[in-house]
Design a protein around this ligand. Sequence first.
Ligand code: MLT
Length: 303
Amino acid sequence: MRYFEHNSSLNVNDITISFTDQGPDNAPTIIFIHGFPLNKTMWDKQVELLKTDFRVITYDIRGHGESDAGNDPFSIDLLVSDLIGFMNVLEIDKASICGLSMGGYIALNAIENYPERFEAMVLCDTNCISDPHEVKEKRMATVENIIKEGVDKYAIASIPNLFAPESLKLKVTEVASVKNMILNTSELVLCSTLLALASRQETCSKLTDINIPVLILVGDKDIITPPAAAKNMHDKIENSTLEVIEHAGHLSNLENPELFNHHLIKFFELVFKDYLINRQKADHSILKEIRNKLSMLLAFRSI
Ligand code: MLT
């Protein structure tokens, strides 16, 4: 078992990346990639669920959470290079990845360029298109507003787009925690990441090449990457399953973790069925061995 419950860090591409790494040694590895402008703690409920059977890794994308921003201009290609460098330092040849929104853009770009490094993928509330002209313009206006008005105003303005209206009322803790994550991101990182998002390449034309199992999850009230975008990816990826998460907007894992986790565990249990059966058999034989030793000891004592 590995237990880096608290932040660990390593160096990649001249920056320090903060990460957690939990679960049994030699188990299949699942790497979680957070959305913009959040951090690795958004996956806490998914880590809790999966860490008994899988090696589960979360990390902060450069500039977010506790990772360094570095000096290079941000781009999705750079964030993918960080991911691959991170896997190399941890000596992970192959992993499953689960990315939400910006995390999904990174996952899709990574699969396109390094298909041999991945064995399953979960795409949550994300899209394969590049930004249409009007979205690019909106991002530029947001950059100007952040520079003029600061992060506080940006956080207040972006929350209603991230959550479904019902979550804004009912998920008070989650809303407050997301607001804090945004407030803890610097102006420079917010602007640099917005430019990276605006200049990303489309990945839709490469979806038919994907030949690993893919689960696509989307909040039924996601207005940033709506269910139609998820359906479009599902139609193009042959080995994919689409599940709509009710009572959720763009942050479906935080807004309806019960349903999100139900689909997530079902997917990984199916993908890694053989591993889990063998692990169960190994556990049974260890237990049998312990029972045998115990009864021998008891028999010896009663002589
Ligand atoms: C995210 O959640 O990562 C962002 O909403 C992505 C985007 O703005 O395209």
